[in-house]
Design a protein around this ligand. Structure first.
Ligand code: FAD
Length: 455
């Protein structure tokens, strides 16, 4: 337990990670101030701007439980049992994520989730300061300068240590980098995204199956749709930046309509405001952020997207950020020395962030190109069979990432081995009948130890 006299911390960013971390730390007796560039969403309404809903999985849910946030969040969450794959010919097929309804993911509203966490943070004793955009930090004299964008007034505060939960474009990261290079590298994906909406049906119900994550895979590009509690779906179109079709060729609403008529014909009638949505929402870029260092001694530390932004294709960015919050709170509790706690946090989380960043990139290919591929489907069938034959030893990749709390790095390492086994065992086959079971079983036993879940 922290016993130092000054147990204050200043968090920059009251988004998902900042608000959860503030709750966890304030409850442990820390004096927490949180500075957020936007206005209070509870007063002004949520100015999200980015994907309206998010897939919440076990890692994120586990972190929410520790702040008693799971009750209010789950009350509005929509269950997603699996991927509903929409083929070009208009047929669709549900591919379950897990074995049954105990292995599912949840669609949650970003704004509602943020508001729930802000309420909890305030109730736990954290002080929230809105309309305070971090501009610069003087680490010598330990002052941080913020600006109120409404009045253009600057505000200067003193701090003991800063925690950067200010997202992918982190201003704290830029300030830390100026003081001492963090080894920052951003790799942009050559694909971007655009958000559209499926409104409720005229009778107020969902227009398509609500308990699924819908995917229209089309090789180099795809559309997805996640359900919202208010019976809408947030649709995200992912397209390359160059080539055809791409955001270079599909520019106007008429271009978008033509693309949908050709490639997403069953989705088009579901999006009556396609033209307006297309014009209103600018395309979002997608990138992976790598840093060599996440902290400057005991002065400042980064977490969530500020430390390791990733592409969204595993639906784990927020889940990973929430795991970071729990990990940092634990390290701070275990050590009186901030520098030691920040270093232990970085050592624990950095390899795991790198692993999920890699798996998120790999999952884009799977979602857009493989979910309707016969080889892939046969491998999934074998995966399920091996899960039955070797329970607790052969655990499907998706389950390790989504339904378990084992480190991401362990999930990555085991997934690579399992993929090799699956590919080799199904090579040249079009059903499981020809599988050499004794050889496959022997390989599983030789290469995969029983898996213990982390608590
Ligand atoms: P953010 O949520 O970005 O919060 C940062 C906060 O800091 C914001 O409130 C911002 O206003 C504030 N801020 C920024 N700059 C300053 C400043 N200078 N001063 C003060 N405050 C500042 N993750 C999932 O787990 N599941 C999903 O299904 C999923 N889908 C996604 C889909 C898309 C299209 C995208 C782009 C991302 C998706 N993610 C998903 C990732 C998820 O959105 C992020 O990982 C998550 O929001 C990270 O939380 P954070 O608190 O670190 O950052």
């Amino acid at each position: 337990m922290n016993t130092s006299n000054d147990n204050s911390l200043t968090i920059v960013g009251a988004g998902l990670a900042g608000a959860l971390l503030a709750t966890l730390l304030a409850r442990r007796g820390w004096t927490i101030d949180v500075y957020e560039k936007r206005g209070d969403p509870r007063v002004k309404g949520y100015e999200g701007g980015r994907s309206i809903n998010l897939a919440l999985a076990e890692r994120g849910l586990n972190a929410l439980r520790q702040a008693d946030a799971d009750g209010p969040v789950m009350a509005q969450a929509v269950m997603m049992r699996g991927r509903m794959v929409h083929f070009l010919d208009g047929q669709s097929q549900l591919q379950r994520y897990g074995r049954d309804d105990s292995e599912v993911i949840w669609s949650v509203h970003r704004g509602d989730l943020n508001i729930t966490l802000l309420d909890l943070a305030e109730r736990a004793g954290a002080k929230l300061h809105f309309d305070r955009r971090l501009e610069s930090v003087d680490f010598e004299v330990r002052t941080a300068r913020f600006r109120d964008d409404r009045t253009d007034q600057p505000h200067e505060i003193g701090f003991r240590a800063l925690v950067g939960a200010d997202g992918a474009g982190s201003a704290l990261r830029a300030a830390m980098n100026r003081r001492s290079g963090l080894g920052e590298r951003t790799e942009f994906l050559d694909h971007s995204y655009k958000e559209l909406e499926i409104p409720p049906a005229p009778d107020g119900s969902f227009r398509i199956e609500p308990n699924a994550l819908h995917i229209w895979p089309r090789g180099h590009y795809m559309c997805i749709a996640l359900p919202n509690d208010e019976k809408t779906f947030t649709v995200t179109l992912f397209l390359p930046n160059e080539g055809d079709p791409s955001f270079a060729t599909v520019k106007t609403a008429a271009d978008a309509r033509a693309l949908f008529e050709r490639d997403f014909a069953d989705a088009l009638p579901l999006i009556p405001q396609l033209d307006e949505d297309w014009q209103r929402n600018p395309p979002g870029t997608l990138a992976t952020l790598y840093l060599d260092r996440w902290h400057l001694g005991g002065d400042a530390v980064l977490l969530g997207d500020a430390a390791h932004a990733m592409v969204p294709f595993h639906g784990q960015g927020m889940n990973c950020a929430f795991e970071d919050c729990v990990a940092l709170a634990r390290k701070l509790e275990a050590s009186d020395d901030l520098a030691a706690a920040f270093a232990a946090f970085e050592a624990d989380r950095k390899p795991n962030a790198a692993a999920i960043q890699q798996m998120a990139l790999e999952n884009y290919l799977e979602m857009r190109d493989r979910v309707d591929d016969p080889d892939f489907l046969l491998q999934r069938e074998l995966e399920r069979a091996l899960q039955e034959r070797h329970p607790g030893r052969f655990v499907p990749h998706y389950a390790m990432v989504t339904f378990m709390l084992i480190p991401y790095s362990v999930a990555l390492e085991r997934s690579d081995i399992q993929r090799e086994i699956l590919v080799r065992a199904t090579q040249g086959l079009n059903s499981l009948e020809g599988v050499d079971w004794p050889a496959v079983d022997a390989e599983v036993l030789a290469r995969l130890r029983p898996l213990q879940d982390a608590a």
